[in-house]
Design a binder for this molecule. Structure first.
Ligand SMILES: Cc1ncc(COP(=O)(O)O)c(C=O)c1O
Length: 498
């Protein structure tokens, strides 16, 4: 029966971890040498204009492309048109788009009803004035209608800065210092959050170059889906400044790449109450994707603060915000005349008329079209179809979904977990295993390039977001294209060292 949520069936975490563990115990599978040669030839001959322009871009832009989620093996594709489920590149190739801009376009790309209203607004007042616009109120009320716990909403320019703001509010409210995040989770790229990225237990060893250790000196990391370890950390922190907040991605780190059990968020809520920490739920991905009530509505758990991003501006720029109980969010009051003792946050382009009004219109359209649920059904169809193909070709790959967030692990490059160690000595085994991780990452890139050459855009070759635009016909066509890739996959014997 329809419940408005995208997730038809929550899967327990352990069987998924077991399958991922089995996958990493296997040799690396990838497209055959012959197929890879065809893929690379496709890029050379059919994507020549993309190659030319992105080669030029490399002279002026680091890496030749500005977005971290853009695939750049063998080179980035230059997109010229986006429409519903499809993207078109500069050479005229058409792709089925499962990147969906990294999540914001749940209605499909360039959704006409939102676009038309955005154009009308720009014609009337331009994208920005720096003063109040009705769109701000409409958006805050619309969010509150679907997430009653979000009594107040402070709009900001990105998920990253909203996380920074929420942590500041939590420290201000609790007078505690420390923050706890879950290993592998992504909460944006602020200094204190580039910690434990991607690989649980990796703490500051992987990506925190250029960050003085003091910046993450009050950040702690716990193992995913492990409430026992969270409680131990909360207890420990009582003796070293107290915990201001626990931050979670509600479906698990990296948008559910490391899944959690259904009861996990409830357990986090209880522990936060027990130890006087605020519960910050990062709904940047799940907000208006899992359902209009967000993951908090789906799990029936009330966080103290909610982080928004992506869909909150309807796929238009400047998408971010912090919402929650009045007592906390009012501490971020804006405006020149504000005298209260506030947590200072803001941004020149934050909450501009375009992002607020586009967000409001998009959420209304999501409600009208039942987009979350339909995108979730598309995710189910894609997952079931992919599983049937993996069975047909006897591939050990792992596919599962949380509604419209579909995970397709071909090498499980990110499945390593060093969090059982959590000691300085943990660096040693981690480095020892790293070459295997890197080889698996190369295989993932080559699979991603093969998907691309067959007209499928994925997120890093391992995640697929579905949208309202993904009709049964689109999904079935995508499955045909996946089959064209899978039929050429074998145990990889070529050198995957970079
Ligand atoms: C869960 C989560 N939190 C925070 C962020 C950061 O948001 P932004 O890219 O808008 O800074 C992201 C971005 O992907 C995210 O997935």
């Amino acid at each position: 029966m329809s419940n408005g949520y995208a997730i038809s069936n929550w899967q327990p975490a352990k069987p998924i971890y077991d399958k991922l563990k089995y996958l990493t115990s296997q040799p690396i599978y990838c497209v055959s040498d012959e197929e890879l040669a065809k893929v690379l030839d496709h890029f050379e001959t059919k994507c020549a204009k993309s190659k030319e322009i992105t080669t030029e871009a490399k002279k002026y832009i680091p890496g030749g492309v500005q977005h971290n989620l853009a695939f750049n093996y063998p080179f980035p594709i230059c997109v010229t048109k986006a429409n519903g489920a499809y993207l078109t590149d500069l050479d005229g190739n058409e792709y089925i788009d499962f990147l969906q801009a990294g999540g914001p376009t749940i209605l499909g790309s360039n959704y006409p009803a939102v676009r038309d209203k955005a154009i009308k607004l720009i014609k009337e007042c331009g994208p920005v004035t720096g003063l109040f616009h009705e769109g701000e109120l409409l958006l805050a009320k619309e969010i509150n209608k679907h997430m009653p716990n979000v009594e107040m909403f402070r709009m900001l320019g990105s998920g990253t800065e909203s996380v920074m703001a929420a942590i500041r509010v939590a420290r201000n409210a609790t007078k505690h210092k420390r923050i706890i995040k879950v290993g592998g989770a992504y909460h944006g790229w602020s200094d204190q959050m580039v910690y434990g990225l991607k690989i649980p237990g990796s703490r500051h060893f992987l990506e925190s170059h250029g960050i003085p250790s003091g910046c993450y000196g009050t950040t702690d990391e716990v193992r995913p889906n492990d409430l026992g370890m969270l409680e131990t950390m909360l207890k420990l922190n009582k003796m070293r400044g107290g915990t201001a907040a626990v931050l979670v991605e509600p479906v698990g780190p990296e948008s559910g790449t490391r899944p959690v059990d259904f009861e996990y968020n409830k357990g986090v809520r209880e522990l936060c109450d027990k130890y006087g920490a605020l519960f910050i739920m990062d709904e940047v991905v799940t907000g208006f994707r899992v359902g209009l009530g967000g993951a908090q509505g789906y799990f029936g758990v009330v966080p103290d603060l909610t982080i928004f991003g992506k869909i909150v501006a309807g796929g238009y720029p400047s998408a971010g915000g912090v919402g929650g109980k009045k007592e906390f969010v009012s501490g971020m009051a804006a405006g020149v005349g504000t005298m209260m003792k506030r947590a200072y946050v803001g941004g020149t382009l934050a909450a501009n008329p375009l992002s607020s009004y586009a967000g409001y219109c998009a959420i209304q359209e999501i409600a009208k079209t039942n987009a979350c649920e339909k995108a979730g059904l598309a995710g189910d169809r894609l997952t079931n179809g992919l599983q049937a193909l993996l069975d047909k070709y006897a591939l050990p790959f792992v596919v599962y979904n949380q509604g419209s967030i579909v995970h397709l692990e071909c090498s499980a490059a990110m499945s390593y977990d060093f969090s059982s160690m959590f000691l300085p000595a943990s660096v040693i085994p981690m480095l020892k295993e790293k070459p295997e991780m890197l080889r698996r990452k190369v295989a993932m890139e080559q699979m991603g390039a093969a998907y691309m050459a067959h007209g499928l855009v994925t997120l890093a070759g391992s995640r697929l977001y579905t949208s309202l635009a993904d009709t049964d016909e689109v999904i079935d066509e995508a499955l045909n294209r996946f089959e064209a890739v899978f039929k050429n996959v074998t145990v990889c014997t070529r050198n995957l060292d970079k």
